[in-house]
Design a protein around this ligand. Sequence first.
Ligand SMILES: *Cc1c(COP(=O)(O)O)cnc(C)c1O
Length: 396
Amino acid sequence: MSLQNPVFIPGPTNIPEAIRKAVDMPTMDHRSPAFADILHPALQGVKKVLKTEAGQVIVFPASGSGGWEAAIANTLSPGDKVLVGRNGMFSAKWIAMCEAFGLDVTVIDVPWGEGLPAEKYEAHLAADKGHGFKAVLATHNETATGVTSDIAAIGRAIRATGHPALFLVDGVSSVGSMDFRMDEWGVDIVVTGSQKGFMLPSGLAIVGVSPKARAAYETAKLPRSFFDFRAMEAGYAANGYPYTPSVGLLNGLKVGAEMLLHEGLDNVFARHRRIADGVRAAVGAWGLDICAVDRSVYSDSVTAIRTPEGFDAGTIVTRAAEVYGMAFGVGLGEVEGRVFRIGHLGQLTDALALSGLATAEMVMADLGLDIGLGSGVAAAQAVYRHGNDETREEAA
Ligand SMILES: *Cc1c(COP(=O)(O)O)cnc(C)c1O
């Protein structure tokens, strides 16, 4: 594996130089006043990226999965009913965690490749006259299949029924790469991890918490200790943590949020859309299918690509790593061996994306797939080329 090449896994992402420098700092006493100058700007920056004014941000030394646990443990009680959509490996794992916590889980199953259906959430909630469901869970971007679900629509469905359930959202592979509007969409808890859209190394679980979720954690009875929001709130009020924080990573988070806001969130999202459009154009030119069923659910942070029947997609990932020093994502769960994934989130440029597509072509040709060298690259170039806005629109 080369450390010079960009990675094309859907997280961890490539780490921008400015963030690597920010993370690499001498030891600072986390109880000194100087720590407040890292902590508060980092939290404020994340708030802007989440588009929340009413909510607060809490950051744990953990991976994104720790954020899932925090969302559950702080707001729910043993045996509580929750309504969850499952359309891939990550939503499935969150459901498994709900079950491990002894929640009573109602699953809305949809085929992998489809988005989570707001109308089915609405039907379940409308039928729940006694307001048994305490929370509704949804994964914004299913990283296993490259499918983005309409979180705004699920939020509207909850409001349309007047149901009081909390709305908990996995935004791990969307926040910072695609538009996310916590307040406007009525999201009570959103979870992400430092190694995705914020472009840091892994190690931070980043959680946005609404006032409604805050009220819920006063009465929720699931056991919680390390992930207790109340302890973290008390820590922040005193400019510190209830335990030893990852100071360097928090300094990186401050810079990561600044970078996104400086580029402008709309520009960041447009860049992700353009790069993803180029990747999708390449896949089309290769004559392969995208796992996501149609463009209404195409993800701008990761594309899962189906390989021909009988071909082991995992060999693409192995050969790319061993022979060309480049990392692509393997298929997970149900689509293991049947898809490989190109992650295109974080600090990528058009030129870097072309290098990934060119390498993928060499690998697939080596493995005997009928891929014309340069075919996908040319299709992506047509999307990325300046002064070629017509082609760009067609590809979109
Ligand atoms: C990466 C990812 C996770 C898990 O995050 P970890 O940091 O590996 O714990 C959860 N959900 C989605 C959608 C992801 O992409």
